[in-house]
Write a protein that binds this ligand. Sequence first.
Ligand SMILES: [Zn+2]
Length: 248
Amino acid sequence: MLVLTYHSISDSGGPTSIPPSVFGMQMAALAAAGYRSQTLAEFIEWHAGQGDEGEDRRVLITFDDAFADFAEAAVPTLQQHGFSGLVFVPTQRLGLPESWDGANQPARPLMDWETVRRLAGEGMEFGGHSRTHADLTRLDPAAREDEIAGCAADLSERIGKPVESFAAPYGRVSSVVLDAIRRHYRVAFGTRLAIARREDDRADLPRIEMHYFRNRRTWSRFLDGQRGYFRIRQGLRAVRAMAGGRIG
Ligand SMILES: [Zn+2]
């Protein structure tokens, strides 16, 4: 199944901002190619399923960091196509501008809790992205547990439902981080660039970074199963990951 990664939907520039017009093109191409957006529950059911991968042309659309432009620029487009979105929230940074390592200049504002609650009522979904957007691999055990478990506690208290999904900031994980994630969440998504498969670790599921698909023809070809460009990107990204590159 395709799991797409977005951050900001804006003209802010940089690899983690997709302009609204490009986002609109990407969503329209998905709809035109017959893709159906999945809820987290549908994704979990698929991942836990038996046998072959099942019906293709399914997509889970995720957004890291809970930028305010999700509400303004992404939600109307998602709703226009009958799609839903899953947003990973650094719970103690809501209502503030991004201020972590690698933040854009000028900083982009995050949603506030009122907006998160309203969108949860409209069918958008929310998962954890730590409390403070920390690199979880650099924390002592107590701080690590606080960032991972505390984030789910913050979110479920505010939106009134259990929180079952997580994305580690920067995709930075280690065996102890993955163990903690497994204890507190059903599934978690990372930054490995691949199509998700049932055999993938439920605590470190791969996604498709949409920064690579700003071109309409390249995206439509990918959706139709022509994956040459994608394999090149996979190779380059694997090299960069080994060199310690970090994104969103
Ligand atoms: Zn992030």
